[in-house]
Ligand binder design. Structure first.
Ligand code: SF4
Length: 326
């Protein structure tokens, strides 16, 4: 079967071409199980049956002055999300304890901002040092655009990974934001990696982009050699310019996850935001291409909760990855 041939090619060291990646997204729905099976072979090889649990902390909410059209925390959004300034290090420490108790391998501190102020950076670094002193959980931060100096400061404080999503293809990016550029984003990822942090960088499916845009994003992430790829599915937020977008179907979501696995076979691929509302009853099948999920909800919306996530993982024959010191 052709999908097995594709996974065999990857397992023997080959790289998926643009045409092959496109064919995955455009596979007939009747072939979905074949595509999933082939993607699962790659997931098994590189991640076994482990599922990495990541828990998000929205450490500064609703006050961003950038204009990303999908985002309910952007300037000009009327979505009514909570607005608050940066949490204290103690609040973040409490959040990390909770994440650790729930079995998370990563505690992800996120702020809605173009980039961190010196004071915010200091608060984050203080929080990270406190967390690291107490528990072996890995820390990811997502603080907007970074300079090389800021990246070095975060890495020195013990941040393991930095998240900054490219969101979509270079060609489509001007349609979703014009307060910063695609290259601003690419450069932030490069600064994070140069400072010694891992890079977490993904995108959002379902903003009106084409299949070619999704493939272009997956290939750009391959070139950047990012370690972790969150694949989000747009859950259109009322009060944002994208509120009238239509959610992707569960089958489209699964094919997208498979395509990212084929193009970036060894990477930590996450069924990220929008998992529950877009994948619906097919949600457990996301674990076949993806090896990682966010649990306990997202930045401004809730998820199905940790008990249901753990039950889903176990019933589908997977198990949560243990948290070991970085
Ligand atoms: S930079 Fe981040 S927080 Fe700000 S509008 Fe864009 S996605 Fe939202």
């Amino acid at each position: 079967m052709k999908w097995n041939k594709l996974s065999d090619k990857v397992l023997s060291g080959g790289r998926v071409t643009r045409e092959e990646a496109l064919a995955v997204l455009q596979a007939p729905d009747d072939e979905l199980l074949g595509v999933l099976h082939a993607a699962f072979k790659l997931r098994l090889r590189f991640w076994g049956h482990k599922v990495n649990i990541h828990i998000l902390e929205n450490a500064k909410s609703g006050l961003c002055r950038e204009n990303c059209k999908f985002c309910s925390q952007a300037i000009g959004s009327y979505s009514g999300v909570d607005r608050y300034q940066m949490m204290s290090p103690e609040q973040m420490l409490a959040g990390a304890r909770n994440a650790y108790e729930l079995g998370a391998v990563k505690y992800c501190i996120v702020t809605a901002t173009r980039g961190p102020s010196p004071r915010e950076l200091e608060t984050i670094c203080t929080a990270v040092k406190k967390i690291k002193e107490e528990m072996p959980i890995h820390i990811c931060t997502s603080l907007g655009l970074l300079s090389p100096e800021q990246a070095t400061e975060l890495a020195s404080a013990g941040v393991d990974r930095f998240n900054h999503n490219l969101e979509t293809s270079r060609d489509f990016y001007p349609e979703i934001c014009n307060t910063h550029t695609y290259d601003d984003r690419v450069n932030t990822i490069k600064h994070a990696k140069a400072a010694g942090m891992e890079a977490c960088c993904g995108g959002i499916m379902g903003m009106g982009e084409t299949d070619e845009d999704r493939v272009q994003l997956a290939m750009e992430l391959r070139e950047l050699e990012v370690e972790s790829i969150p694949v989000n599915f747009l859950d259109p937020r009322p009060g944002t310019p994208m509120e009238h977008c239509t959610r992707l179907t569960p089958v489209q979501c699964l094919k997208a996850l498979c395509m990212f696995r084929f193009v970036n076979p060894t990477r930590d691929i996450r069924a990220a935001g929008g998992r529950e509302v877009c994948l619906k009853h097919l949600q457990p099948l996301a674990l076949y291409p993806a090896n990682s999920i966010f649990s306990e909800g997202y930045l401004t919306t809730s998820g199905q909760g940790s008990p249901a996530d753990l039950e889903m993982i176990e019933e589908a024959g997977f198990h949560i990855a243990e948290c070991v010191p970085a």
